[in-house]
Design a binder for this molecule. Structure first.
Ligand SMILES: Cc1cc2nc3c(=O)[nH]c(=O)nc-3n(C[C@H](O)[C@H](O)[C@H](O)COP(=O)(O)OP(=O)(O)OC[C@H]3O[C@@H](n4cnc5c(N)ncnc54)[C@H](O)[C@@H]3O)c2cc1C
Ligand code: FES
Ligand code: FES
Length: 521
């Protein structure tokens, strides 16, 4: 058994090691494109974890991953169907089978679900159990709203959510009464200075024992012959060297886009460079002028900090995919993927954010609104990657608003997302106007005509009328399964109106329903 004093010989040994049910599990010679779900079901025959959609949407495949962070271990629910197996290296994996008591008894989460009649089909249930297990171990007294948010990525189409949410409230009662092993003890609420839990300390030590100091280079057979390689550097200099020696390798961050290339697009990734362990990319800092978000910071972590400074963006991130997706997805991946309906970009562009791009030892800074050149084409040069996103802090005279409109409240990508930033001078005029929409063009794009129309003018309904007309001219909206072009145009107008009413003192007093048609400027 490895320990902190006798770590597993690591370096370039080409073996993926993670903890499964408390034991070190080693993987050799398995295709690196294998997902965690495939591995569990088809290699280990652990079939408790289910496959519903294989694209991160339904939550049937939810598992929990533990990772060393600071002095302890952080647990997060993720979707195993789009997570590649080698990303588990150095982590701990919990599946629904892990929760079974030594005497075969149910876990408090499972008992609560049974007692509250929270399961009918049973197929979606392991996913619910695992999302609730992550909650049970990390939060002491979640509100019903919080429970709804936590379950946003788990779909149930038969019992309805009420009994499941009831179970989430009740699960803590059993844990407190039972005591039992560490898995069964609910989160204590993080009382500072409390006694360390010996079982938890032992688990943390086991994880330290498999922590790798250098890069992982793992290779495994491709189904059609040949071999594939998965590189996981730990710092920027290792990453830069790998980028140079393997210019054709795909960059992988959270895999919530890339995973679907494989599970849905059937693409074959012969060489992958995983960014998830690169320490510098995971840094998140607030300086006197900026929020500096490393490209490898997850959306969950970025959401907390950005939301503190820009509550509308925090609210948008609450509706960005689901918690398991946000726990894996990174801000850098969202920006680099460059989808015209990606949710971070409108807000980041309206705020005047910049990107720090890196190639080898060289870096350059580029305004985010200059990064997108055409549909899925960015200004990234060969060998370059996004190192971090720099978001200016708000100045007290500026107003910022951001709104996401999608068919479903949770777990849905935007039809339209609008973001607005103005500075209101003492003379009541709008200055430094920046407006950006997602879902309105082939790229996240500023409404430059509308901005010009507003710049320096009184922030009034008369000015707004001209701005709305200009907005119509700024875009030829896209049309797809999410929304028609007319719908998008109408929503874009009404979101600008909403921002105007919220920032001009009219909020709550005026309701405007625009049924579209000709520009009413
Ligand atoms: C079910 C589901 C729901 C979703 N909902 C939303 C949503 O509501 N809103 C939304 O905006 N998106 C959504 N997405 C899309 C996705 O989650 C985001 O785009 C996410 O931020 C991608 O980040 P990632 O770390 O997973 O990127 P990955 O999938 O790892 O990578 C995405 C792309 O970026 C490149 N890349 C990653 N990091 C870097 C870097 N540092 N430098 C250069 N290139 C890099 C990769 O090579 C790849 O081309 C959803 C996806 C799923 C599966
Ligand atoms: S199988 Fe549906 S989210 Fe993974
Ligand atoms: S219990 Fe499975 S869909 Fe509702």
């Amino acid at each position: 058994m490895p320990s902190p004093d006798h770590p597993v010989p690591d370096r370039a040994d080409g073996v993926v090691r993670f903890l499964l049910d408390g034991e070190v599990h080693s993987v050799r010679d398995v295709d690196p494109n294998t997902t965690v779900l495939e591995y569990l079901r088809e290699h280990l025959r652990k079939t408790g974890t289910k496959e519903g959609c294989a694209e991160g949407d339904c939550g049937a495949c939810t598992v929990v991953v533990g990772e060393l962070e600071g002095e302890g271990v952080r647990l997060r629910a993720i979707n195993s169907c789009i997570q590649f197996l080698p990303t588990l290296d150095g982590k701990e994996l919990f599946t629904v089978e892990s929760l079974r008591g030594r005497d075969g008894s149910l876990h408090p989460v499972q008992r609560a679900l049974v007692d509250c009649h929270g399961s009918q089909c049973g197929f979606c249930t392991p996913g619910f159990v695992m999302s609730l297990f992550a909650l049970y171990k990390t939060e002491a007294a979640p509100s019903r709203r919080r429970i709804h948010d936590v379950l946003a990525g788990n779909l149930c189409r038969c019992t309805g959510y009420r009994p499941i949410v009831d179970a989430a409230c009740k699960m803590y009662e059993y844990g407190a009464a039972d005591g039992g092993d560490w898995l069964r003890r609910p989160c204590a609420g993080g009382a500072p200075g409390g006694e360390a839990d010996p079982e938890e300390t032992a688990r943390t030590d086991r994880l330290r024992g498999i922590r790798r100091r250098g890069a992982l280079t793992y290779s495994g057979p491709a189904p059609g012959g040949g071999r594939r390689t998965f590189f996981a550097p730990r710092d920027l200099s290792e990453l830069a060297a790998l980028r140079q020696s393997h210019p054709d390798a795909f960059l992988l961050a959270g895999g919530t886009d890339v995973g679907l290339w494989v599970t849905k697009g059937h693409r074959e990734l012969d060489a992958v460079i995983y960014l998830g362990n690169v320490a510098e990319l995971r840094r998140l800092a607030v300086t006197p002028s900026h929020i500096e978000v490393g490209a490898g910071v997850t959306v969950t972590d970025a959401q907390d900090v950005i939301g503190r400074h820009y509550p509308d963006m925090g609210e948008m991130y609450r509706r960005f995919a689901s918690p398991p997706i946000r726990n894996a997805a990174t801000l850098g991946g969202n920006v680099a993927n460059g989808s015209p309906i990606g949710d971070s970009m409108p807000g980041l562009i309206a705020l005047g954010s910049t990107l720090v791009l890196r190639r080898g030892e060289e870096t350059r800074e580029l305004p985010l609104d200059e990064f997108y050149l055409a549909y899925q084409k960015t200004a990234l040069e060969p060998g370059e990657l996004v190192e971090r996103v720099r978001i200016p802090l708000a100045d007290p005279a500026s107003r910022f608003g951001m709104y996401k409109v999608s068919k479903r409240f949770d777990q849905d990508i935007s039809a339209v997302c609008g973001a607005y930033r103005i500075r209101l001078g003492e003379d009541g005029r709008a200055r430094d106007v920046r407006i950006c929409y997602g879902g309105m063009a082939a790229i996240p794009k500023r409404a430059s005509g509308c901005e010009r129309e507003l710049e320096g003018r009184p922030w009034s309904e008369a000015t707004l009328a001209g701005a709305l007309a200009a907005l119509d001219r700024d875009y030829t909206p896209i049309r797809d399964m999410r929304a028609s072009a007319d719908y998008r145009r109408l929503v874009a107008r009404n979101l600008l109106r909403k921002f105007f009413f919220e920032t001009s003192g009219f909020a709550g007093e005026t309701r405007v329903i625009d049924h579209g048609g000709a520009a009413d400027g």
